[in-house]
Design a protein around this ligand. Sequence first.
Ligand code: C2E
Ligand code: MG
Ligand code: MG
Ligand code: MG
Length: 288
Amino acid sequence: RAKESGRGVYRFFKREMDETIRERRTLARELRQAITDEELVVFYQPLARAADGEVCGFEALVRWKHPVRGMVPPLDFIPVAEENGLITQLGEWVLRRACADAASWDRPLRIAVNLSPLQLNQPNLPTLVHEVLIATGLSPSRLELEITESALFKDYQRALDNLRRLKALGVRIAMDDFGTGFSSLSTLQSFPFDKIKIDKSFVENIHRHDRATVIVRAVLGLGRSLEIPVVAEGVETQEQIDFLRGESCAELQGYAIGRPGPIDSLSAWTLARAAVANASEQTKARGA
Ligand code: C2E
Ligand code: MG
Ligand code: MG
Ligand code: MG
């Protein structure tokens, strides 16, 4: 009987797995088509200087405008694209789009683009980035490439070599999701990053868990000692803004500053500046 039900469970999982594999295949096929059909869009989320609320750049975040499924978030298709290699093409498309858009802005703000592990391990990545900068006319110092530490695990030497070559172009390199990997500190030791982005899982717990608060403070101290500006991701509340500003965090990113939006919505970030500026007035009024 146990055997029977065991087999039943197996059959159940087998069916589930077949379904998952089928779904992934469909997704992969549709995604390939989406890239050629231009169903992908890049949204932009503002980053604000913590001290005065001035918007200093935007992060490019890809979305898939699926004809049936609607707006698909990146976490639903980036992993699939990473698995089957489509990420190379997808990533190149995002990079080109984001650099072209940024080059058209009337202020020379920074543009941050996420690089997947597979991309960072492509031998021709620096050449590609160089070519895109020339084609779009974007100054290298305005481009910031965000990598997570898992990007260094595939082929450590190649990844580091690529990072050095990118830096030599004048491009900035940010470490994304800091603190969530297995060896964030060694990664930080291995390369002179231009920026550290504290993962939102810590930021969201500021004042909710003592430990998170202590960790955020420690990362900010680490950044200060290493002279690497720290950005807080996922800033959602006024309380978090006040805390981070008080701890001399360099930049803030999150719904409290502005949500990711399409290129034509970017002028709305002036409102975000007002929100942060008001906060500092309030802090002053409270005598802090
Ligand atoms: P990420 O690079 O860490 O980007 C930050 C994510 O946090 C974004 O999710 C953003 O919308 C979300 N976020 C921003 N502020 C807040 C907030 O206040 N609260 C909360 N709860 N979330 C906030 P999104 O756009 O869904 O992207 C998820 C991840 O997908 C990104 O994480 C990045 O790893 C990846 N991704 C997005 N676009 C690209 C891309 O073009 N290429 C690659 N390789 N990865 C991408
Ligand atoms: Mg990022
Ligand atoms: Mg992140
Ligand atoms: Mg993330």
